[in-house]
Design a binder for this molecule. Structure first.
Ligand SMILES: C[S@@+](CC[C@H](N)C(=O)[O-])C[C@H]1O[C@@H](n2cnc3c(N)ncnc32)[C@H](O)[C@@H]1O
Length: 388
């Protein structure tokens, strides 16, 4: 893929851009096979991504001035670099960014200046669904400027009619995070519907969503295929986000429970389950490890799906899984290093199958989904009972 920002040395986020895509994929597969070598799974062919136009979310730092804002990244001095034409984004995002830059000028919102810690607007976060509808979030420093966004909302909706959800997110602190805890929804709609893997997932603003829609489609499809082959009566989806795995694996007579810390994500997942009439699919807000530890002795599902952040599931949950009567684990990881570490605490399981998915083309990152099967009795031989 050709990128003028990369060629000009303005943006180096796509560290592998000089490497032909086929070569990127081969070397990622080789690296993950090497990392998981001791587990010798059956490897399924890797899932490639489109080389561009795959990102459903843009996280743009706002820099420059209200009259001439930059949308993109910060350079080494904390000054804005405009990369609004980034080719990774889906077309509706690509088309929306110049309109949003003009809107910033119209509102007079001052971009936040990192070195001086002055200004109102820190980021613009834009998510697009398959229908081209947009969720636009303005990450601002204080509530004072929200009225200005409200005042100009009609103008935004006129120039960007597909911006169906618009919010202000409050991030008063000078912190290296992209959003704060408070979200003020400015439109009548408060969520987007994301279509993938034969599902329509509701997405509220403060919820994680896999950024590469076509590859996420394959990820959920793979998990559903493995789970359906096993035919479990009960499944937990830990770190469930808006419920992609849980909802993909729902089936008549199968009880599914999703657990996730983000309340917005849980509300999104519940809304999808309700709309689809999936009475056997429940979602709870909470910590994944705590949820497992709170299960009554003997209480465990047949299959557990885990899809944690880069830090992995950690020792406590890994040991709980090992000591439980859970027969299969689907572990989907965006960091094979922590996956390998977590497996050290789960000696009762063997990795049967694995598949790499190129969720993050042009970078060294990848997703790997694995199917683990119990090979010896759990440390605590508990009878299997109904889910909570
Ligand atoms: C890699 S994302 C996966 C989300 C989801 N499985 C999906 O496919 O979209 C990890 C998720 O874990 C959630 N999370 C982080 N820490 C958690 C914890 N301690 N317990 C439960 N969920 C957690 C995050 O909010 C995020 O939604």
């Amino acid at each position: 893929m050709q990128c003028s920002y990369f060629d000009a040395g303005l943006c180096r986020s796509c560290t592998l851009l000089d490497t032909p895509y086929a070569e990127q994929l081969t070397s990622k597969q080789a690296r993950v096979e090497e990392l998981l070598d001791a587990h010798s799974p059956e490897w399924l062919s890797p899932i490639a991504s489109p080389e561009q136009g795959f990102r459903n979310k843009a996280k743009m730092v706002v820099g420059g001035t209200a009259a001439a804002p930059t949308l993109g990244i910060l350079d080494g001095r904390g000054e804005g670099v405009d990369i609004r034409g980034c080719a990774l984004h889906l077309a509706p995002i690509h088309d929306a960014l110049p309109v949003l830059a003009r809107f910033i000028t119209l509102t007079g919102l001052q971009p936040y200046d990192v070195p001086s810690r002055r200004g109102d607007l820190k980021y613009v976060l834009v998510t697009a669904n398959a229908e081209g509808e947009l969720l636009v979030r303005f990450v601002v420093r204080s509530e004072d400027v929200v009225s200005r966004l409200r005042r100009h909302l009609a103008a935004l909706q006129e120039t960007l009619p597909n911006a169906v959800v618009v919010t202000a997110n409050l991030l008063p602190e000078h912190k290296a995070v992209t959003e704060g805890e408070r979200e003020i929804v400015l439109t009548s709609r408060d969520r987007l519907t994301m279509t993938l893997a034969g599902m329509r997932l509701e997405l509220r603003p403060q919820s994680f969503f896999q950024t590469n829609t076509p590859v996420a489609d394959q990820l959920y499809t793979q998990a559903r295929t493995w789970v359906d082959e096993l035919g479990p009566a009960s499944v937990w989806d830990l770190y469930c986000g808006v419920g992609g795995f849980a909802l993909a694996c729902a089936a008549p007579g199968r009880a599914v429970l999703g657990v996730e810390t983000s309340v917005d994500a849980v509300l999104s997942a519940r809304a999808t389950a309700r709309r689809e009439g999936l009475d056997d699919v429940r979602f709870e807000a909470g910590d994944a490890t705590e949820a497992a530890l709170q299960a009554q002795p003997g209480e465990h599902p047949d299959v557990v799906i885990v899809n944690p952040p880069r830090r992995g599931i950690g020792e406590t949950l890994a040991r709980w899984l090992d000591a439980s009567g859970v027969q299969h684990v689907v572990y989907s990881s965006c960091n094979p290093v922590t996956l390998v570490r977590d497996l050290e605490w789960m000696p009762g399981f063997r990795m049967r199958r694995a598949r790499a998915l190129d969720m993050f083309p042009h970078t060294t990152h990848l997703e790997v989904v694995t199917l683990l099967e119990r090979v010896d009795s759990p440390a605590t031989d508990r009878p299997r009972v109904r889910m909570p």
